[in-house]
Design a protein around this ligand. Structure first.
Ligand code: DGL
Length: 270
């Protein structure tokens, strides 16, 4: 039975293109796996929306991927992971992996001074999810959350280096420099794209939730014995809720891979 089940794809969803940084890491860890990716591009960004709205959109995304027959669901969006993971685990009948817990675990393991900073969207930081997850591992760790709402549009615009992104990052991250944290969590799908800029400002180890999540996906597939066992070409299929052209243009930078086999779908109010 497992042999048939393990041929099923992993489902990954995000509010848009950002989750492709998570998919990129999954492809590195698990190049043999079939993957279905859903980017809810008609309703992006999630990071400025209310928890109720993020819940509604996320459940629609998850149900769509479930309808395609997936063996595991990855919530690649930090905002969605921060808000909806408990709800999705109750409603969805396959293992559900978010990006917050793997990032939090890595941060707790790395910090020596027990002072961690997390950067993310407004909704992620307001939710306090990273802080709760880190403190549930070690409640003596101090966690500072900083919302960096301008990073997402800058990165989608392709401004990955230069004055604008340097100045913006300098302003957002000045609190980290003066707060003497020794670990910084990149708590948003987009931030790995400007890792170098962030690193040059904060000079502390960066935790990339995407990398940690890909390791977690591999662990869970192995533990449940549903890792794909047969060789043969791995299928990748993309779904978007708005026009595919922009997704392909921006997304290929995020994924570092060609994007083909893409369809537009309608979900809820899109
Ligand atoms: N994917 C979102 C996240 O990781 C960023 C983009 C958005 O706001 O939807 O939080």
């Amino acid at each position: 039975m497992h042999q048939v089940y393990d041929e099923m794809p992993i489902g990954v969803f995000d509010s848009g293109v950002g989750g492709l940084t998570v998919m990129r890491e999954i492809l590195k860890e698990l190049p043999e796996e079939h993957i279905l990716y859903l980017g809810d591009t008609a309703r992006v960004p999630y990071g400025v929306r209310s928890p109720e709205t993020v819940m509604k959109y996320s459940l629609e995304n998850a149900k769509f991927l479930m309808s395609k027959g997936i063996k595991l669901l990855v919530v690649a969006c930090n905002t969605s992971s921060a808000i909806t993971l408990g709800m999705l685990r109750e409603k969805i009948d396959v293992p559900v992996i978010g990006v917050v817990d793997p990032g939090a675990r890595a941060a707790a393991a790395v910090t020596e001074m027990k002072r961690v900073a997390v950067i993310g969207t407004e909704t992620t930081i307001k939710s306090g999810s990273y802080e709760r997850a880190i403190k549930s591992i070690d409640d003596t760790i101090e966690v500072t959350g900083i919302a960096c709402p301008l990073f997402v549009p800058l990165i989608e615009e392709g401004w990955l280096e230069g004055d604008v992104v340097n100045l913006t990052a300098g302003k957002y991250l000045s609190a980290i420099r003066s707060n003497s944290v020794d670990t910084l969590v990149l708590g948003c799908t987009h931030y790995p794209m400007i890792k170098n800029v962030i690193e040059s400002i904060v000079h502390v180890p960066l935790i990339d939730s995407a990398v940690e999540t890909a390791k977690e996906v591999k662990n869970v597939l192995e533990l449940k014995n549903i890792i794909r066992k047969r060789a043969g070409e791995a299928a990748r299929k993309f779904f978007v809720t708005d026009s595919p052209e922009k997704f392909i243009l921006v997304g290929e930078r995020f994924l570092d891979h060609e994007i083909s086999n893409i369809s537009k779908i309608n979900l809820g109010s899109t």
